[in-house]
Design a protein around this ligand. Structure first.
Ligand code: PPS
Length: 295
């Protein structure tokens, strides 16, 4: 496309009732027919749940803690965002096709939209989930700075959209529950952002076990250091500052924003909190999935 600006701030378009960026919807057949490989590792998340953090950790694991090797390229090139196809800017499917195995693959797709080749190949998958209120806040600031999204409106307006699933990648509630159910029958490790914050080493050990990989204590400590919020925030290959400002404007809100648990308390009014909680109970009723929004 000649005019890059034409791609931004456009309305979302539904694919099987899930709102997605207009260009993903337009190129959906490419995504649907994506060819997974048996040794692909999928990192699946609802947006703003710790995808980049998990991606950095896994790339560090794959490279035995060698932080210099992990600076070979930006995180969105090392761990391509499979379904992200933006004309003239990026094509996750092509990036992955041209990548050597073993590949780390990022997706935000709800479980029912995942290309079938992942199931056929019995790929290992890691799902990272984060509590809804912190995700809503993080997503609001991301909508403001990442121009592929439509304008978020006010926080109050955005919160309504979040609660009704009218945001990119659809309902948080359906997303976390969908993947939670699927883990029963597939090789899915379901991890919580809150647990990673509370006990990064313990969660890293879980990952290593899932990947059937052993690393010396010293390497584990190195990985924890290089994937910590403050170090990643300063790393241009992890913090998205290498993207053009027309795509992400960090002066509006940095991608590596706060990285904490419970920031929702600085954003929700009492009224919004009460409305949210009441609605949450209804939407999550019957699920065994439990989140912590404070520690
Ligand atoms: S995206 O765009 O959907 O892929 O975003 P995602 O990476 O899933 O989520 C971004 C939020 O994760 C925070 N983050 C971290 N928290 C703790 N430790 C580390 N290392 C880390 N890296 C990223 C990031 O700051 C975003 O959360 P908020 O609450 O906005 O700060």
């Amino acid at each position: 496309m000649d005019n890059k600006l034409d791609v931004f701030r456009r309305e979302l378009v539904d694919v099987q009732d899930i709102p997605l960026f207009w260009c993903i919807a337009e190129e959906w057949s490419q995504v649907e027919s994506f060819e997974a490989r048996p040794d692909d590792l999928l990192i699946s998340t609802y947006p703003k749940s710790g995808t980049t953090w998990m991606s950095e950790i896994l790339d560090l694991i794959y490279n035995n803690g060698d932080a210099e090797k992990c600076k070979r390229d930006a995180i969105y090139k090392r761990v391509p965002f499979m379904e992200l196809i933006i004309p003239g800017i990026s094509n996750g499917v092509e990036l992955l096709q041209n990548m050597q195995s073993p590949r780390l693959v990022k997706t935000h797709l709800p479980v029912q939209l995942l290309p079938s080749s992942f199931w056929k190949n019995d790929c290992k998958m890691i799902y990272v989930a984060r509590n809804a209120k912190d995700v809503a806040v993080s997503y609001y600031y991301f909508y403001k700075m990442a121009k592929m999204h439509p304008e978020p409106g006010t926080w109050e307006e955005f919160l309504d959209k979040f609660m009704t699933g009218k945001v990119c990648f659809g309902s948080w509630y359906d997303h976390v529950k969908g993947w939670w159910e699927k883990r029963k029958d597939h090789r899915i490790l379901y991890i919580f952002y809150e647990d990673m914050k509370e006990d990064p080493k313990g969660e890293l050990q879980k990952l290593l076990k899932f990947l059937e990989k052993e690393l010396p204590e010293e390497t584990v400590d190195k990985i924890l250091y290089h994937s910590s919020f403050n170090v990643m925030k300063q790393n241009p290959n992890a913090n998205y500052t290498t993207l053009a400002t027309c795509e992400m404007d960090h002066s509006v809100s940095p991608f590596m924003r706060k990285g904490i648990l419970g920031d929702w308390k600085n954003q929700f009014t009492v009224d919004q909190y009460e409305r949210f909680e009441e609605d949450y109970e209804k939407k999550m009723k019957g699920s065994t999935l439990q989140f912590r929004s404070e520690i």
